[in-house]
Design a protein around this ligand. Structure first.
Ligand code: PMV
Length: 361
């Protein structure tokens, strides 16, 4: 939708060199996106909460190139060090964006990026890293051409670009929550980009914590690209897409009404559905670890015993996202220390919470 842009720098009036820095958080899907078609288009709508502590900082420095050719001139650093594999991926992404950003070939670019959490954490960093890069590109466009002055236009384009890098990244652009994928439950929603969903949230949901219990820090055994592709032959694919659409409507009602129990039930059912789909695909993948299952059982028992609204979610990996309202943070942290930490690698968990979204630094 933003293709065939004519944005080119006038070489008789080149810009001063500059630098743009964005910090973008990761997000946790409550309704999961699993299965895609075309160019990164989702098979079903998804809804996520925007996190705070798990984030990526990306600095994009640019300088006009007197001599241009057809390639993109990119220097790439990850935590201050060269990283050829990340550079290759980023370069391929930028090359794919030249229909939208033809001016990228007129610049010398230097990207320095890094995550707030160790790369080996087993936490997907693609959402936060692609979102921060997409935001830098939109700021660059605006700095050079003044063409993204409207905040709504800016966020929409950033979300669209982030989606092309990694589908779920398109939801990291917005504060508190975002919906991606056209659904009648959210007017204005689209398959092309995420939309802000803060307005759907009863105030109680703006104060949710999401502590990430690191059960394993190993790299995933299935990439999300391969996982999405396996949905094409999965016999449960169609009922799954119908289920996600239906749950979206129920979740939106629960979020508006402050219905924490329905929210928690849907969050847990979605996490288990995602893993069930992976287990039923061919080849099959089992990403849950014994520690994941032990934690799920402890969370359910604790909830039954204390009546506290504490729920779990999972990404495409073994680590548990523990969701609960801020008012019981002291008790829950005490319980994590006493009973849950023993299932985490070196007792490691990340304290995270639902937050205000990306910021320009
Ligand atoms: O954005 P991708 O292609 O890495 O897919 C991620 C999908 C899940 O994280 C498993 C679910 C979601 O909606 O974020």
């Amino acid at each position: 939708m933003y293709e065939n842009s004519r944005l080119l720098i006038d070489s008789s009036n080149p810009p001063e060199p500059g630098q743009i820095v964005w910090r973008s958080p990761s997000n946790l899907a409550i309704i999961k996106y699993w299965g895609k078609h075309g160019v990164q288009l989702p098979r079903n709508p998804s809804l996520s909460l925007t996190l705070s502590a798990s984030c990526t900082d990306t600095a994009l420095a640019y300088e006009f190139r007197e001599e241009t050719d057809n390639r993109i001139d990119l220097e790439f650093l990850f935590h201050g060090e060269e990283n050829e594999s990340f550079r290759t991926k980023t370069l391929a992404f930028l090359e794919s964006l030249t229909p939208q950003f033809p001016f990228l070939r007129q610049l010398k670019l230097r990207i320095n990026t890094g995550n707030s959490f160790p790369h080996s954490a087993g936490i997907a960093s693609s959402a936060s890293s692609m979102a921060s890069l997409a935001l830098c590109l939109c700021s660059l466009e605006d700095a050079l051409f003044g063409s993204l002055q409207d905040p709504g236009d800016f966020d929409q384009k950033a979300s669209y670009l982030a989606r092309l890098g990694s589908g779920s990244a398109c939801r990291s652009i917005f504060p508190y929550a975002s919906v991606w994928g056209a659904t009648p439950a959210v007017p204005g929603s689209s398959d092309e980009y995420g939309v802000p969903a803060e307005d759907l949230l009863h105030p109680d949901f703006k104060d949710l914590h999401d502590d990430i219990l690191i059960v394993s820090s190993r790299e995933k055994t299935v990439s999300s690209r391969a996982g999405h592709a396996l949905m094409e032959g999965n016999p449960f694919a169609e009922p799954r897409y119908a289920q996600a659409k239906n749950r979206m409507t129920r979740l939106v009602d629960a979020l508006r009404g402050g219905d924490m129990d329905t929210f928690g039930k849907i969050a847990e059912d979605e996490a288990l559905a995602l893993h069930a789909l992976m287990m039923c695909s061919n080849p099959s993948f089992m990403l849950l670890e014994p520690g994941t299952v032990a934690l799920i059982q402890k969370i359910r028992a604790y909830r039954a015993e204390t009546r506290h609204p504490v729920y779990f979610s999972l990404d495409a990996g073994p680590n548990i996202h523990l969701l609960y309202p801020g008012e019981i943070v002291a008790e829950v942290r005490g319980w994590i220390e006493e009973e849950l930490k023993e299932h985490c690698v070196d007792g490691w968990f990340i304290q995270d919470w639902v937050g205000e979204g990306p910021e320009e630094m």
